[in-house]
Design a protein around this ligand. Structure first.
Ligand code: AMP
Length: 281
């Protein structure tokens, strides 16, 4: 596995992989890797693929009062995990190279970025769209892999790639969960033992609401029950909503693909999760 910290070296290596007939697959991450990230690497691997993982804790997607300075970093462990997972190239750009002083461009995706996490975290999805646009231009992948765990992010990236004619297939990978159902996240390390035990209320509340809605229950009632269950478990709820899985528009009709999306805080840790509402057949 090759590790690059300079764009010229990365581009030369990828040009040579392309010249050998290999297709480039990109897995963008912020490091502090876990099994959820590795599922993306595994989805990206296939014969003839050159799998590139980027590790970049992107300052532009953190708000002023968010956890940029304490975000977990474990570069050596990440590189070991990526080697083990069969990743071919790691791209580790320095912040100053990504955003030199004169950097002046912002990529903003209207609509899908606006509600939910976009409302709770102003500017977050502009930061995501801007860095993903840069990564797409740096790596020029034919396929790029993103977790469904960050459901709104995936929708923003899909919209941006289509709108800006990036010649890349954006592929969503199902959420990987711990044994009790909690979605794996780099931020789970912030949870102490007591909080970790309470955190399972999030996937449980979504599961219960999904079953109720799929069974014909009124969405507003199921959402209210889910919010109440989270508060009872000790969460402060940012939102629990039912949205159109493609557009993220609220109040989706039952004949659309519907997704439950939630964000809630346990102490200083903010967790997000989502779940499809599948019709009961
Ligand atoms: P992050 O490092 O948290 O920015 O995540 C990098 C990529 O991994 C994003 O596309 C995430 O959606 C994805 N990811 C994070 N956690 C999970 C998970 N539990 N299951 C699947 N994908 C995930």
């Amino acid at each position: 596995m090759e590790v690059f910290r300079e764009l010229a070296g990365l581009r030369a290596a990828l040009a040579s992989a392309r010249a050998d007939g290999r297709e480039i697959a990109l897995v963008p991450t912020m490091g502090a890797l876990h099994v959820g990230h590795i599922a993306l690497i595994e989805a990206a691997r296939r014969p003839g693929a050159c799998v590139v993982a980027s590790i970049f804790v992107n300052p532009r997607q953190f708000g002023a009062n968010e956890d940029l300075s304490r975000y977990p970093r474990k570069e050596m462990g990440d590189i070991a995990m990526l080697t083990e997972a069969g990743c071919d190239v790691v791209w580790l750009p320095p912040v100053e190279a990504m955003y030199p002083d004169e950097f002046a461009t912002n990529v903003s995706v209207a609509g899908v970025s606006d509600g939910l996490d976009g409302e709770a975290r102003p500017g977050h999805f502009d930061g995501v769209a801007t860095v993903v646009a840069k990564l797409f231009n740096q790596v020029s992948p034919s396929r790029a892999f993103f977790g469904e765990k960050d459901f709104q992010q995936l929708a923003v990236v899909r919209r941006m790639a289509a709108d800006l004619d990036f010649d890349v297939e954006v592929i969503g990978v199902p959420t990987q969960r711990d044994d009790d159902g909690l979605a794996l996240s780099s931020r789970n390390v912030y949870l102490d033992e007591e909080e970790r035990a309470k955190a399972v209320a999030l996937p449980r509340a979504l599961g219960q609401a999904a079953r109720a809605i799929a069974g014909g229950g009124a969405p507003e009632e199921a959402l209210a029950d889910a919010r109440a269950a989270l508060v009872a478990a000790g969460f402060a709820v940012d939102y629990v909503e039912l949205v159109d899985a493609d557009t993220l528009a609220p109040d989706p009709p039952a004949d659309r693909r519907r997704q439950l999306v939630a964000a809630a805080r346990l102490g200083s840790t903010r967790l997000i999760d989502n779940l499809a509402v599948s019709p009961i057949v």
